[in-house]
Design a protein around this ligand. Structure first.
Ligand code: ZN
Length: 286
C-alpha cells in the first residue's frame, strides 16, 4: 500500500482557480471527500499534505479515518511575504510574525511546519528557479523556531545551494529538490534528511502542450540523474507526487510517481524496499 508523501487536497489537478474559488468561503467538503475517495480506491493509507490557506487540509484530516487514511497536514504552509508560496499558505514579514504563525499552527492543530525557501522551476528556462531563495540565516532560524515549538519541518526547496542551506539548517524533508549537484546530495545524506523529488509534477506535463517539451524533458532528465546518484549513495528517498498540482490527480498521482521511480531506478525488490524505508521515515517524522 503506497503512502502519498506530498499532496495538496485543496487542488484538483486540473483547474487551480476553480478549486481555489470552491474553497474560498470555507473548505468544500464534497470536493475533499471526492479526493479522499480517490486515495481509498488507489489503496493509499497515508497522506502527507503540503498545505493550503482555506483549511481544506485540516478538514481532510478529520474526514480521512472514514476512508482508512492517516492524514497529516501543516494546515497552511509558511512563506516570506512577497515570495513564492501564497497559493498554499500564509506569509510573514519578520521573525515575530513567523513566531505568530507557528503559534497559529499549534492552535489549529497542524501536525508539522511546511516552509517555502525558494520558488518553483521556471518552465521557460531550464536550470532556473523563479524568484530568490531565502537567505541561509533566515532558513536557519525558521527551522530552529519550528523545532523548538515541537514541529518537524517539511521544506519546499529547489536549487543546490538552497538545498544545502535547508538541510544544514536541519529540515526533516526536502520537497522537489530540482537542480541539485553532488554536493547537495552528499549534504542530504550526511544530515539524514528525506528527499521527496515529486517527479510527476514535471513528467506529467510532457506532451501536455502548456510548456515546451524540450525544457520539461531536460528538467526531468536532470532530476532522474540526481535520483540515480542519490539512490546509489544511500540518500533517504520517499515518493510524493504533489497531487493536486496541474496534471497530477489524487490517488493515481502517487502510483504514477512510483512508476517514475521504477522507470529511473528499475522495479526491483531493493528499490521497493528503499522507497518503503523513505516512507517509514516520513511517517515517523511527520
Ligand atoms: Zn506541494
Amino acid at each position: 500500500m503506497p503512502g502519498e508523501c506530498h499532496a495538496h487536497i485543496f487542488m484538483d489537478g486540473e483547474d487551480y482557480r476553480a478549486a481555489a474559488a470552491a474553497h474560498s468561503a470555507g473548505p468544500d467538503e464534497r470536493r475533499i471527500r471526492e479526493h479522499l475517495e480517490a486515495y481509498r480506491q488507489a489503496g493509499v493509507t497515508y497522506v502527507r499534505d503540503g498545505g493550503d490557506h482555506y483549511g481544506a487540509g485540516l478538514l481532510a484530516r478529520e474526514l480521512a479515518p472514514e476512508y482508512g487514511i492517516v492524514y497529516r497536514t501543516p494546515g497552511f504552509a509558511i512563506h516570506r511575504e512577497g515570495r513564492y508560496g501564497k497559493i498554499v499558505g500564509r506569509g510573514f514579514s519578520d521573525r515575530k510574525e513567523y513566531g505568530g504563525l507557528l503559534r497559529e499552527i499549534g492552535r489549529c492543530g497542524g501536525n508539522f511546519v511546511k516552509i517555502m525557501t525558494t520558488g518553483i522551476m521556471d518552465f521557460s528556462a531550464d536550470g532556473q528557479v523563479t524568484g530568490e531563495a531565502l537567505p541561509r540565516e533566515e532558513v536557519v532560524w525558521m527551522t530552529a523556531m519550528a523545532h523548538d515549538a515541537g514541529f518537524s519541518v517539511m521544506a519546499h526547496t529547489n536549487g543546490a545551494q538552497a538545498v544545502i542551506d535547508a538541510v544544514e539548517a536541519g529540515v526533516d524533508s526536502v520537497e522537489h529538490g530540482n537542480y541539485q549537484n553532488g554536493e547537495s546530495l552528499r549534504c542530504i545524506l550526511e544530515h539524514r534528511a528525506v528527499w521527496v523529488p515529486t517527479m510527476v509534477t514535471v513528467k506529467n506535463l510532457i506532451g501536455d502542450g502548456r510548456y515546451g517539451d524540450g525544457i520539461l524533458e531536460a528538467i526531468h532528465r536532470g532530476q532522474a540523474k540526481n535520483i540515480q546518484e542519490a539512490a546509489s549513495m544511500g540518500v533517504l528517498l520517499a515518493a510524493g507526487s504533489d497531487a493536486g498540482a496541474y496534471r497530477v490527480p489524487h490517488g493515481q498521482g502517487i502510483l504514477q510517481e512510483y512508476q517514475a521511480f521504477f522507470d529511473v531506478l528499475g522495479d526491483t525488490p531493493a528499490v521497493r524496499q528503499m522507497l518503503r524505508r523513505g516512507e517509514e521515515e516520513i511517517r515517523r517524522r511527520f
